[in-house]
Design a protein around this ligand. Structure first.
Ligand code: CA
Length: 228
């Protein structure tokens, strides 16, 4: 399973650490912000799979933050958290562009179930992945670069899909092996390097801009720009 990255914006330290700890035990990667403006800058700088926004925050509140993220075109699933359970708050939250709503206090198991449901919905709604002129059609399972079709083996397709879903992030060989070949695969195998080489030959060779980059001592990253 891919490691999902969550941004939590919550000013109450106890609640924030309870949620962060619980989610990390479920193998989510959690960043925490304590105010709306800090949340906005983190959301802009990083690529999250889901955001948990408290409504009552110092400065910019959760509803304003959600509205701003949507105004900037961010489609990330957003779950609102609040102590208020009035109908008007719930309506305002959903109208600001949130996908779901949870009233405090809540059971952690309910939060987890809602997060999983939102992530599932989000991944099912994605039909195409892209970076620059590289395009992957998930329905027909076809890949194009600069409009030209690139034929990949099923393994190469899975690897490229994983890189595209995590574009802009450094991925270690272990992460890639666990996600594409499974936990039981020998982590010392050079299977990742071999398949990255195949992929490079297919998607980067002959194109002035390279998309697959090696990060020395760390792994690989899929991103725009020739700075390898
Ligand atoms: Ca609060």
């Amino acid at each position: 399973m891919n490691v999902m990255r969550i941004l939590l914006v919550e000013d109450e330290k106890n609640v924030a650490s309870f949620i962060k700890k619980g989610l990390e035990e479920e193998f989510f990667n959690v960043d925490a912000a304590e105010s709306g403006s800090e949340g906005l800058s983190m959301a802009t700088a990083n690529d999250y799979d889901l955001m948990l926004l408290d409504i009552m925050l110092p400065g910019m509140n959760g509803i304003e933050l959600c509205r701003e993220l949507r105004r900037r075109g961010m489609k990330v699933p957003i779950l609102m958290l609040t102590a208020k359970d009035s109908v008007s708050n719930k309506v305002e939250g959903l109208e600001s562009g949130a996908d779901d709503y949870l009233t405090k206090p809540f059971a952690f198991s309910e939060l987890l179930a809602r997060i999983r449901a939102l992530l599932r919905r989000a991944s099912e709604s994605v039909k195409e992945l892209s970076l620059e002129d590289l395009r992957m059609d998930l329905l027909s399972r076809r890949v194009y670069r600069g409009g030209k079709e690139i034929v990949l083996t099923p393994k190469e397709f899975s690897l490229l899909e994983y890189l595209l879903r995590r574009k802009g992030r450094v991925l270690s060989r272990t992460q890639i092996i666990e996600n594409i070949w499974g936990y039981n695969f020998d982590p010392n195998s050079n299977v990742v390097d071999v398949h990255i080489k195949y992929l490079r030959e297919k998607i980067d060779t002959g194109f002035p801009e390279k998309l697959i980059h090696t990060v020395r001592g760390a792994g690989y990253i899929l991103k725009a720009g020739n700075d390898r």
